[in-house]
Design a protein around this ligand. Structure first.
Ligand SMILES: C[S@@+](CC[C@H](N)C(=O)[O-])C[C@H]1O[C@@H](n2cnc3c(N)ncnc32)[C@H](O)[C@@H]1O
Length: 234
């Protein structure tokens, strides 16, 4: 629990510069991944109004995208965000004053069983130390046939030259650029380290199946550095 608390405190400390650093380090390319992930997730849900919970919502980037693309794809949604970092949530609330945000951990979500049609977690599950417990919790909260969407940096055992290049950028440049902009170099050293200590997409799929999900779609972005995983509650 101590290590999990330290991770959350680290996000508290970089919250004010998080959006700026993210845009600069990613060149905004994550917008394309988010759009595709949202479009795919919508394709599995046939409901008049879709209830979405964005876990590890941080400063609300994914929620902004849910709102934007629900209009593009003509879907009615109700979306809420959950995150344990008070500072990340405070920025989210400034950006999205009409959205409800709840402070809490992915492993203990304060909602009844079967209350959400979609749970999304973008670039968040890597920070949850009890990964399987969180995936079990997502299963509990989802309605039958509900969708779990994970977007995440994942480890690879099959390296190629292009993947080596993007990993080099993440390992060498992110700590320097992120460190200067956020004034917290350690936080941006955490990014490459946490990818190395995380799972491959196949291991994540196994965990989702262990919880009772059926894997519906798996896609790589950024030469395999980022994975989109979509699973359905059976
Ligand atoms: C890299 S940010 C991602 C924010 C946002 N989802 C996005 O796509 O930009 C990771 C977030 O995970 C949150 N987090 C860390 N540990 C968590 C946990 N155990 N449960 C839920 N969220 C957690 C952090 O507070 C932080 O806001």
């Amino acid at each position: 629990m101590q290590k999990q608390k330290e991770i959350v405190l680290m996000f508290d400390s970089i919250a004010r510069s998080y959006d700026l650093v993210n845009r600069i380090l990613s060149f905004g390319i994550d917008k394309k991944w988010r759009k595709e992930a949202i479009k795919e997730s919508f394709s599995f849900i046939d409901k008049e109004k879709i209830k979405i919970l964005d876990v590890a919502c941080g400063t609300g980037d994914m929620i902004k995208n849910w709102i934007k693309f629900s209009n593009t794809f003509n879907k009615k949604i109700e979306v809420k965000g959950l995150d344990p970092s008070r500072e990340m949530l405070s920025i989210a609330k400034e950006k999205l004053p009409d959205i409800e945000f709840i402070q809490g951990f992915a492993t203990e979500i304060p909602f009844e069983n079967e209350t959400y049609d979609i749970i999304s977690i973008s670039f968040g599950i890597r920070n949850v130390l009890e990964t399987q417990k969180a995936i079990d919790e997502f299963f509990r909260i989802l309605t039958p046939k509900g969708i779990l969407l994970i977007l995440e940096f994942t480890k690879t055992d099959k390296k190629n030259r292009l993947r080596n290049c993007v990993d080099f950028y993440t390992e060498k440049f992110s700590p320097v650029i992120g460190g200067i902009l956020s004034k917290n170099k350690n936080a941006y050293k955490y990014l490459p380290n946490s990818i190395q200590n995380f799972y491959t997409k196949d291991e994540l799929c196994d965990m989702m199946e262990n919880s009772g999900f059926e894997i519906k779609k798996v896609k790589n972005f950024n030469f395999g550095q980022v994975s989109m995983l979509i699973a359905q509650k059976l």
